[in-house]
Design a protein around this ligand. Structure first.
Ligand code: SF4
Ligand code: SF4
Length: 392
């Protein structure tokens, strides 16, 4: 396993992001599989685990707490986050923090972040009524937080303002960074600004919610021809590893197979050749047409129509490229009418919270129009039968 000096700690370059645990059919976390993933991680030298209050409806903290408790406290680092971007009108920061310690079954957090500090949440973080930053700075002085930082989806200018204003309080920053967002979301500017100030960077969404790990068959074939041992996800990690300011790369792994693949990638120090870098940079240009949803699901709880927005956007991205795909048609027809994109009432609640600044009502409207033009499952089946008859 590769390691970095991160805030004076010896931290594995691969971190286990706990937002996308494997799930059972009943909607619960597959805790047995998570436990096995943690075992592989620990035995392979991964020692950084990143959770947050809202992940998996609050269950991520509970599950990772139970799994890590089986190992000596000094053998792992846990990162948790204060949910200032999702606060109700009245709350007590101490109650949230104490509850998090209890859920994770720890007496202190190694790393603790202000969660998703951006244009829409900075007001809550700075609101003197709550005193969030003062409270957390006090917990750091008390030793209940060893390192305090922040995660952010803010625009570069806002990020810079926060980094400068709280330079004596916040030690590190977690941003979305991958070879697509380097230019698409101007992550390059954010990275350069942070590293110029010697602020260590933790990377989230290194494969963009799985998108960069699930490329089209032709691209995967080309990648395999160049690097037979590497998955598409490994390409993303190798690209990121060349950035010196990046200290930890979080991967939101959802299976034992993904954990094993990632551990393999981080057990050597191979990087991409110039030719390989040019190849994925060209791929990034092609991918920019897609709606840049990372499936973080921040938008889902606030939708008055209870639409599964990230799932619909994933279907839309697929449908745009392959509108005659029978799997998309079959899936969409399995949804009730009031869960289709046409049920969106355009209230905009989702767009206000989306860290990727996606105009979700517009996407829903476009998908509803596209869906009307897509052939029905019955029509596709008829067409297939006729084709088979023609072939004899
Ligand atoms: S705009 Fe549409 S998708 Fe977004 S919250 Fe409102 S109803 Fe839901
Ligand atoms: S639309 Fe935005 S908030 Fe919703 S899942 Fe996608 S990235 Fe997250």
């Amino acid at each position: 396993m590769q390691y970095n000096d991160f805030c004076g700690e010896r931290v594995s370059r691969l971190g286990f992001g706990c937002m996308r645990f494997p799930m059972l059919d009943n909607g619960e976390i597959d805790e047995a599989q998570v436990r096995e993933m943690v075992r592989i991680a620990m035995e392979s030298g991964v020692n950084y685990f990143d959770t947050a209050w809202p992940y998996l409806e609050g269950k991520s903290e509970l599950v990772i707490g139970r799994c890590l408790k089986e190992y000596p406290r000094s053998s792992w680092f846990i990162a948790d986050k204060f949910p200032g971007h999702q606060l109700q009108s009245s709350f007590d920061p101490a109650a949230v923090f104490e509850k998090q310690l209890e859920k994770c079954q720890v007496g202190y957090f190694d790393f603790y972040l202000l969660h998703n500090v951006y244009e829409g949440s900075i007001g809550a973080y700075e609101d003197p009524r709550w005193g969030i930053i003062d409270y957390l700075a006090e917990q750091k002085r008390n030793g209940r937080i060893r390192h305090l930082g922040f995660s952010s989806h803010a625009l570069p200018g806002t990020l810079e303002r926060i980094a400068d204003k709280y330079a004596d309080v916040l030690e590190f920053c977690q941003i979305q960074l991958n070879y697509l967002d380097w230019t698409l979301q101007d992550a390059r500017t954010k990275y350069n600004m942070l590293t110029e100030r010697n602020i260590p960077v933790v990377v989230m969404e290194p494969v963009r919610g799985g998108k960069l790990a699930d490329l089209d068959a032709q691209t995967v074939t080309q990648m395999k021809a160049m690097r037979p041992e590497d998955s598409p996800a490994a390409w993303s990690f190798r690209w990121l590893r060349e950035l010196d300011g990046v200290k930890v790369i979080l991967s939101g792994m959802s299976s034992v197979d993904q954990m094993q693949d990632n551990v393999k990638t981080f057990s050597d120090d191979g990087v991409l050749s110039n030719e390989e870098k040019l190849f994925i940079e060209a791929k990034a240009e092609e991918l920019k047409d897609a709606v840049p949803c990372t499936a973080c699901a921040y938008c889902r709880p606030g939708c008055p129509m209870q639409l599964d927005i990230p799932m619909l956007i994933a279907q839309y991205n697929d449908a745009k490229f392959r509108s005659n795909n029978i799997c998309i048609t079959a899936f969409m027809e399995s949804l009730p009418e009031d869960k289709l994109p046409g049920a969106c009432i355009g209230c905009g609640a989702c767009a206000r919270i989306c860290p990727q600044k996606i105009d979700i009502p517009d996407v829903m409207s476009k998908f509803a129009e596209l869906y009307k033009t897509m052939p029905s499952w019955a029509a596709v089946c008829r067409e297939r039968e006729e084709a088979e008859k023609r072939l004899g």
